[in-house]
Design a binder for this molecule. Structure first.
Ligand SMILES: [Zn+2]
Length: 351
């Protein structure tokens, strides 16, 4: 898709989105308020389930799709969003990464050793802040994502050449994909997934970017999703065995898309599964089918909070989804421990 078509497409979608949103504002606000009544704050601070001397996995929630995964000196990031343009800005006006906010919120974390930044799809909330993070904070990291991720970052971002494109290497429920290795201690496998609708069967910002962009997307509508992927992240021990296995998704998907290969899970179930509750009710059997597929020891919920408000504002549940209902359904099928973290919460788990 050339830039002219992309821009025109973006404006067309922008118009449709504006009409839809204007009509939905009252309903969304009511739904959001209703959800907030049921949903208390998430857990915050440090959740440390380790005992000294044990091999440990650390996971820090950065908000929206953002995480830091760490095992010893091996580190992987999942793409964060700190810019948080408002609801109206996202619908009507140009948006761009707020580098001051990104730097301020990345400052507490030393991620210079990060080897990879995962972006499951190219919507702005999973890619817009990545160039700054990759250029300044994680300068040695590869970016792992779709061809649309690579083309959206294109030549303007300075990091488009650092993308490892996964479209042809992804696995699914019945086929093992190709592992991407980042040193002896990290391997990542993309999993074929899909982006669930945002509301009423309608998915915002759909499409692919088929050639590298020379200038950044201007509107939210120009950050097209492209192919969507979930990921398995394995941290390896000194003898080359899996020490910890993480499952990460940054969009809800209708199963069995988004599943991990059953043969891999039979060998090593997932130690920590990260699920997205936002818009879960647009598909069937999310999260139930994923609990069955992944056999997770622990579950964390990400991408649950409203990201249309400044990131320092008190957190509240994202509009459109009854997160409390998601939690009820999770508990119905999952007897292990699970948490819904506030931004900045760190988890430490043993094997
Ligand atoms: Zn999305």
């Amino acid at each position: 898709m050339d830039k002219t078509r992309l821009g025109r497409y973006g404006r067309q979608i922008c118009g449709r989105a504006w009409i839809s949103r204007a009509a939905l504002v009252v309903l969304l606000t009511w739904m959001s308020t209703a959800a907030c009544v049921r949903l208390g704050p998430g857990i915050r601070g440090l959740v440390d389930l380790t005992t000294s001397g044990e091999d440990e996995l650390r996971l820090t929630y950065l908000g929206t799709g953002g995480w830091i995964f760490q095992h010893g000196s091996d580190m992987v990031l999942a793409a964060p969003l700190f810019t948080n343009p408002s609801f109206l800005q996202t619908g009507l006006r140009p948006i761009r990464a707020d580098t001051v906010e990104i730097d301020r919120h990345m400052a507490p974390y030393d991620v210079r050793g990060a080897r990879a930044i995962l972006s499951g799809h190219a919507h702005y909330d999973h890619l817009m802040d990545v160039p700054r993070v990759a250029a300044v904070h994680a300068p040695n990291a590869r970016i792992v994502g779709s061809r649309t991720v690579a083309n959206t970052l294109g030549s303007w971002s300075g990091v488009g050449g650092r993308v490892d494109v996964v479209d042809d290497s992804a696995g699914d429920q019945s086929s093992v994909g190709r592992w991407l290795t980042y040193g002896p201690g990290i391997r990542v496998m993309a999993l074929r997934s899909h982006h669930a609708p945002h509301f009423d069967g309608y998915t915002l910002y759909q499409g692919s970017v088929d050639s590298p962009l020379a200038s950044p997307p201007r509107y939210a509508t120009e950050w097209l999703d492209g192919a969507t992927f979930a990921f398995l992240i394995d941290f390896m021990d000194a003898v080359g065995e899996v020490a910890f296995r993480i499952y990460y998704q940054d969009a809800v998907v209708a199963p069995p898309l988004g599943f991990a290969p059953e043969v891999l899970i039979a060998q090593h179930p997932v130690d920590v599964a990260i699920f997205v509750p936002a818009t879960f009710d647009q598909v069937d059997w999310h999260p139930e089918a994923f609990v069955q597929n992944l056999q997770p020891k622990r579950v964390l919920l990400g991408h649950w909070e409203d990201f249309f408000v400044p990131i320092d504002d008190p957190t509240r549940a994202i509009m459109l989804s009854d997160i409390g209902h998601f939690q009820d359904r999770l508990e119905h099928v999952f007897s292990g421990e699970w948490w819904r973290p506030e931004i900045g919460t760190e988890f430490r788990f043993s094997r």
